[in-house]
Design a protein around this ligand. Structure first.
Ligand SMILES: Cc1cc2nc3c(=O)[nH]c(=O)nc-3n(C[C@H](O)[C@H](O)[C@H](O)COP(=O)(O)OP(=O)(O)OC[C@H]3O[C@@H](n4cnc5c(N)ncnc54)[C@H](O)[C@@H]3O)c2cc1C
Length: 371
């Protein structure tokens, strides 16, 4: 298959910068690049009708780490690197708000809460013991106490304790993505949907890109913002991690308001439009969930429904409306990989489960790096 003369002349020909992936990272990279180089032609290639990865599928937590996640990260990479990452997520959120405004992302500060079950006595007491130390370490960033002990005021069953993060917020993911896309288009950035990149190679000071259908496109600089799909192109420490989500039908007199984390972040739920959006369960089948297939499984949906019935909405009637899945990019570390792979090819990947927060900063850092 070939592009026509007209397509070549006006749409396809010679973008200065080509970005693969129209999620948060790809869109913000394009926006910051356009601010830096207003006269350059920038094209985003996106395989999906909508961005078909994580940015359109996520739970919309504007979070930067629950207490137990922060403690696990400290055990893994030490205090300084953990606090640095929290700061980057917080800065990323500020950058996102600076681009679109709080209204433009449906930002609501209803607080975030970590719930501890009786099975998690040890983790609960470890978290309580570390509360002051973590608050102190975060004080230079937030200038206030971030975490506090709170009461189970939402009627959750079998929950022994709650730790609240007053800075955690929620956004409307779809609104954010719609407005980010509109901003990119307004700036003259071209987005081609249904454009799946099969391969690329560097040749004669250009990068030749092969698309589905065998069509070709050549560009001066290529930027890979494909997160959970990166292992197709890169040999880096990154793997796909599927995350499954369900949403209830609207529930009468729903009292639950905020974002909630359970089991060290493997389960998460929030209110949205009188519904509960509930995701997680990847820890039930790590191997099976290391996939780029965007499907749901009975095993995980069943567990999510059980938690809804037994813990989250024990005394309320509810019906599950529908479910979906998205793909994250994870590795042995949570720090994103932002780097030049050659003089012409760059990547910004491995955003983990907090790309809503850090994504815009990754886009900004990539654009700063590219000349
Ligand atoms: C179910 C779920 C819940 C989550 N909840 C939260 C949350 O509450 N808070 C939070 O901060 N984070 C959350 N995350 C993580 C967050 O959504 C991601 O970290 C973030 O969206 C990553 O953005 P990205 O642009 O880097 O990647 P993506 O949004 O995945 O974008 C990559 C894009 O590249 C495209 N692509 C891939 N391969 C190709 C190819 N060969 N050719 C063309 N295009 C290609 C994909 O279609 C995709 O649109 C969640 C993720 C999931 C899946």
């Amino acid at each position: 298959m070939n592009f026509s003369y007209w397509e070549n002349k006006h749409i396809i020909s010679k973008p200065d910068f080509t970005i693969i992936g129209a999620g948060i990272t790809g869109l913000t990279t394009a926006i910051f690049l356009k601010n830096k180089f207003p006269d350059k032609k920038i094209t985003i290639l996106e395989r999906g009708i909508t961005p078909w990865g994580a940015s359109s599928k996520n739970a919309g937590f504007a979070c930067f780490g629950s207490m137990s996640e922060i403690l696990a990260d400290i055990d893994n990479v030490g205090l300084n690197e953990t606090i640095e990452l929290v700061e980057k997520r917080w800065k990323g959120l500020s950058e996102l708000i600076a681009l679109l405004g709080k209204d433009g992302i449906g930002h609501q500060n209803n607080g975030g809460h970590e719930l501890f079950t009786p099975m998690q006595k040890e983790l609960h007491s470890k978290s309580l013991n570390a509360l002051d130390q973590i608050n102190q370490a975060l004080f230079p960033i937030f200038k206030e106490q971030v975490f506090s002990v709170s009461k189970n005021a939402f009627g959750f069953k079998g929950i022994e304790g709650m730790i609240t993060n007053k800075f955690e917020s929620q956004i409307d993911t779809g609104l954010m993505l719609k407005n980010l896309t509109a901003l990119a288009l307004n700036k003259g950035i071209q987005i081609l949907n249904g454009a799946e990149v099969r391969d690329y190679k560097e040749e004669n000071s250009k990068v030749e890109i092969e698309l589905n259908g065998g069509m070709k496109l050549s560009t001066s600089r290529l930027i890979l913002c494909v997160n959970g799909f990166a292992s197709k192109f890169l040999e880096e420490d990154i793997k796909p991690a599927r995350a499954q989500v369900l949403i209830t039908k609207p529930i009468e007199n729903l009292k639950i308001k905020g974002t909630f984390h359970m089991e060290e972040g493997y389960y998460y739920f929030r209110n949205i439009d009188d519904r509960i959006l509930f995701g997680g369960g990847r820890n039930l089948d790590f191997d099976g969930e290391t996939t780029t297939e965007m499907e749901n499984t009975e095993q995980i949906l069943h567990q999510l429904e059980n938690y809804l019935k037994e813990v989250i909405l024990p005394d309320q009637k509810f019906e599950v409306d529908y479910h979906w899945a998205g793909i994250m990019g994870v590795g042995s570390q949570k720090k994103p990989i932002i780097k030049a792979l050659s003089d012409r090819v760059y990547c910004g990947v491995r955003l983990g489960g907090m790309g809503v927060a850090i994504g815009t900063l990754v886009g900004k850092e990539l654009a700063e790096m590219i000349e």
